[in-house]
Design a binder for this molecule. Structure first.
Ligand code: SF4
Ligand code: SF4
Length: 394
């Protein structure tokens, strides 16, 4: 996509520098530095575009790179500044510290790379030192033990309604339990789950790293894949992917998996007796309108009752934020720390979160602190409960 500098400046000039966004910005609160605030970043972009700032100065550009894309500033802004679009497009002009497209190809390649893959143990130390920092960080992560996703093309003969499942790149590993269980739940409810093998990464991380053309191509590829499978709806598990997919031109509705599950008759009637507290974390990217979150919360509340606890600080990013936790692990840890403290205080049996990056980030923080808390997707929790003891051959 060609960048229109004039349009970008118009976006930036909408900011009246009132500062109402500062209090809700996690990076401003963390660094206590104006340059780490939405207002500061907008001023930096204006300075760069007018040529008042050096566009090769890494310190300046790192302030842009630290942004979590949480969108809190947009919600708080009385002037309606389109901050996320402004930052995304500015990064295409000033891509310092951006991860190269070929590195993202590797990171998102389901066959070649998975974070925390045991293969890192077999990599000689002298080679490890030459691996780009982002891979070193990804390989240092712990990941839950899961079974692979069971891919499934649409049946040519079945007249059941087809529901497409978007797995994502890292999500096909981290969310695989949620994906497989949800597919079984759909089957139990008389629907046909379709999980095309040819789908690819959604493209969101390419977009945030300034590779807009590649991001668009991936979006279009996924649109084609689900179009050819003739599905009625596409459901996704990673809210970060969902935000980007929803900007595409899919010929069918694209909705969050738990939200879709909540609409099933079998689920609406379902109640269970829950032992132990269930904590729930709200990913920043979960439906900017807030509706997806409300429906998810109502469903979990209806099942868990008083055992459900909303994690304190749910209005602030956990630090995962796309590639942020791999690019800036120290800041990501600091942002996660108060949430881990809350988990220690609440001592839930499970933590539910609907974004792959958040799952991975919490999983590692919980493991580092030695806490006995299982991290899972809300769709996995609901599907698992509902299918317990059910005859799945019906
Ligand atoms: S709230 Fe909006 S207008 Fe005010 S400083 Fe922040 S971005 Fe600018
Ligand atoms: S998107 Fe989040 S981290 Fe980035 S400037 Fe806005 S509030 Fe701050």
């Amino acid at each position: 996509m060609k960048i229109n500098k004039q349009e970008l400046l118009q976006f930036a000039d909408q900011c009246v520098k009132c500062g109402q966004c500062l209090a809700v910005c996690p990076t401003y609160n963390l660094y206590q530095n104006e340059a780490e605030s939405p207002r500061g970043r907008i001023s930096l972009i204006q300075g760069l575009m007018h040529g008042h700032l050096d566009s090769t100065d890494k310190t300046t550009l790192l302030h842009l790179d630290h942004c979590l894309y949480c969108g809190n500033c947009e919600s708080a802004c009385p002037s309606g500044v389109n901050y996320i679009k402004l930052l995304d497009r500015s990064k295409q002009l000033y891509p310092v510290n951006a991860i190269a497209s070929w590195q993202l190809d590797l990171l998102t390649n389901k066959k070649l790379f998975t974070p925390g893959r045991a293969a890192s143990r077999f990599l000689p130390q002298r080679l490890k030192n030459h691996v780009p920092a982002i891979f070193q960080q990804a390989l240092s992560l712990s990941t839950p033990k899961v079974k692979p996703v069971t891919y499934k093309a649409a049946s040519a003969t079945s007249d059941r309604k087809k529901i497409g499942i978007f797995t994502g790149c890292i999500g096909h590993q981290i969310d695989s339990k949620a994906i497989n269980l949800t597919a079984r739940l759909l089957d139990y409810c008389g629907l046909e789950a379709v999980i095309p093998r040819t789908q690819s990464c959604c493209g969101a991380i390419y977009q945030h790293e300034g590779h807009s053309d590649k991001a668009e191509r991936l979006l279009q590829k996924n649109q084609q894949v689900f179009y050819h499978e003739d599905v009625e709806k596409v459901i996704f598990f990673a809210s970060g992917c969902g935000t980007w997919l929803k900007q595409g031109d899919f010929s069918m509705p694209v909705i969050e998996a738990t939200r879709f599950i909540a609409s099933l008759d079998e689920v609406a009637r379902f109640r269970a007796s829950i032992e132990g507290k269930i904590a729930i974390h709200r990913p920043c990217s979960l439906d900017s309108s807030g509706k997806g979150w409300d429906i998810m919360l109502q469903l979990i509340q209806a099942i868990a009752g008083e055992q459900l606890v909303e994690l304190p600080g749910n209005d602030s990013c956990c630090g995962s934020a796309g590639l942020h936790f791999l690019k800036h692990p120290q800041a990501a840890r600091q942002l996660l720390a108060p949430k881990l403290q809350s988990l220690m205080d609440i001592a839930p049996r499970k933590l539910l979160t609907a974004n792959t990056g958040c799952t991975l980030h919490f999983y590692n923080g919980i493991e580092e602190r030695g806490l006995d808390i299982e991290v899972m997707h809300p769709a996995e929790w609901v599907s698992g409960l509902l299918l317990q003891g059910k005859d799945l051959s019906r």
